[in-house]
Write a protein that binds this ligand. Structure first.
Ligand code: ATP
Ligand code: MG
Length: 444
């Protein structure tokens, strides 16, 4: 079956794990029920379609009467956990991303204010905080998290490095935690799945619910990840500054390295937002350096016609230009070669050899971008994702993440979101827009 690049799916891939029968009435109503009114509770027969158009569903090979669909997020009328007795843990893992503190705050406030949960622990420094030698966790209350959303980073700290799921589940059992929220990327979510599996194997009714974090927007089945909009907005400012500098010198070249280990979304969106770049390089599209249609010749042509050039490169682009290596970080992620430095050196050597007067400025604003607080749009999104995650957990859902698909909050099984990666389609309309905006050659 040729699906035209769309992943195949069956309804079995979308089944959400649940801890069991729900017997506690949700307190969200606040007396509405007695007055014969009700909140918009999610009913079990509601589903969110995976494909937004019939042609996509048909390409995926699905008989139209069996359109795959996600379980919607949102409050349920009855709960699996009794809020007054529920004990909750929160952990943040992996790299920084704008909005982490907003999600933490959103979780705590929703748990306290709407459900009446009275025990929320923040585990320190990622999964390390769930091990025997982890730092003492911090009790979180609406008061303690009141201002954290105005800061970047995560108040709980984060880490990489592998931890034994059996040890982490033992820590959760000893602390009598019923619900664990994991805010993290693909690695963290694999860890969350391992924790959920271990708890299930031991017969522990532990709900593990993730809020997917990826500044690269590379987690699949999610309209857009939180923090992404903030990140590309900040990245666009860096491109604009580099453009201003490049324009102010004769044959000025601005080279900006942005995030994007496997997916070039930040580079694409920041480029479209600033509209200042003459060349964008992303991991999904191979780029020859040499030759008439290569990177170096394109930069030369831009300098000849415009007098300055701005080049944006995603950190994961051009890895094929380096000798293979097996270096990895503490979590086992492959270490990337420094494409920014390679381009800086090659462009410098090439322009020097051409005998031109030029100046090249190389900037790597990654850390500045990762650490900014979430913008207004992402702040709203983080709060609402956190609310959806709390609704899911209180209803006894586990091994899922809260996401948004076609504008609806949905429950996505963790194995589904860790099985593939969201990438820029090199034949799709986003990349075409970038090519139109930069005027760069179409690399094939
Ligand atoms: P980022 O977007 O920054 O890469 P991430 O969540 O993928 O975020 P990692 O450093 O890869 O960040 O992983 C975070 C935590 O999850 C680490 O403690 C790591 O050991 C754990 N982890 C990673 N992969 C797995 C896995 N396959 N199984 C269990 N735990 C994992
Ligand atoms: Mg990762």
């Amino acid at each position: 079956m040729d699906t035209g690049g769309l992943p195949t799916l069956t309804q079995d891939d979308l089944v959400v794990r649940t801890l069991g029968e729900r017997s506690f009435p949700s307190p969200l109503d606040g007396g509405l029920l007695e007055r014969g009114e009700s909140l918009h509770y999610v009913t079990e027969d509601d589903r969110v379609l995976v494909d937004s158009s019939l042609s996509r569903a048909v390409r995926r090979g699905v008989p139209v009467e069996q359109l795959p669909s996600f379980e919607p997020g949102g409050p349920r009328r009855t709960l699996f956990f009794d809020p007054a007795r529920t004990r909750v843990g929160i952990v943040t893992c992996g790299g920084l991303c704008p909005g982490l503190n907003n999600v933490i705050r959103g979780l705590v406030v929703e748990l306290y204010e709407h459900y009446g949960v009275r025990y929320v622990l923040g585990f320190r420094n990622g999964y390390h905080g769930l091990t025997a030698d982890g730092e003492e966790p911090e009790v979180l209350t609406p008061t303690s998290v009141q201002w954290i959303n105005s800061q970047g980073g995560t108040v709980l700290g984060t880490s990489r490095g592998s931890q034994d799921p059996a040890v982490m589940v033992e820590t959760l059992r000893l602390r009598r935690i019923d619900v664990l929220f994991v805010i993290g990327g693909d690695g963290s979510l694999r860890g969350a799945q391992a924790i959920a599996d271990e708890a299930e194997a031991r017969g522990l009714p532990l709900a593990v619910v993730g809020v997917p974090k990826t500044i690269d927007n590379d987690i699949p089945w999610i309209d857009r990840s939180f923090g992404f909009q903030t990140a590309f907005g900040r990245a666009a400012e860096s491109i604009r500054s580099a453009h201003t500098e490049a324009r102010s010198t004769r044959n000025g070249v601005g080279l900006i390295k942005l995030m994007g280990r496997h997916s070039g979304f930040i580079a694409c969106y920041a480029t479209l937002a600033s509209d200042d770049a003459d060349l964008v390089l992303i991991p999904e599209v191979a780029m020859p350096l040499e030759g008439e249609r290569g990177v170096l010749a394109h930069i030369e042509r831009v300098l000849d016609t415009q007098g300055h050039a701005v080049v944006v490169v995603a950190e994961g682009a051009g890895q094929d230009l380096f000798a293979a290596s097996t270096a990895a970080d503490a979590s086992g992620n492959a270490k990337l070669h420094d494409i920014g430095a390679l381009l800086r050196d090659r462009v410098t050597a090439h322009l020097a050899a051409s005998g031109r007067e030029f100046s090249l400025r190389y900037v790597d604003p990654g850390y500045a971008i990762r650490s900014v607080p979430a913008n207004a749009h992402d702040s709203v999104y983080c709060t609402r994702l956190a609310q959806a995650a709390v609704h899911a957990a209180m209803a006894g859902r586990t091994s899922i993440v809260a996401g948004r698909w076609h504008g609806r909050f949905v429950h996505l099984p963790i194995p589904l979101v860790t099985a593939s990666r969201n990438q820029v389609d090199s034949k799709g309309d986003l990349w075409l827009s970038v090519l139109e905006a930069t005027g760069q050659p179409v690399f094939v």
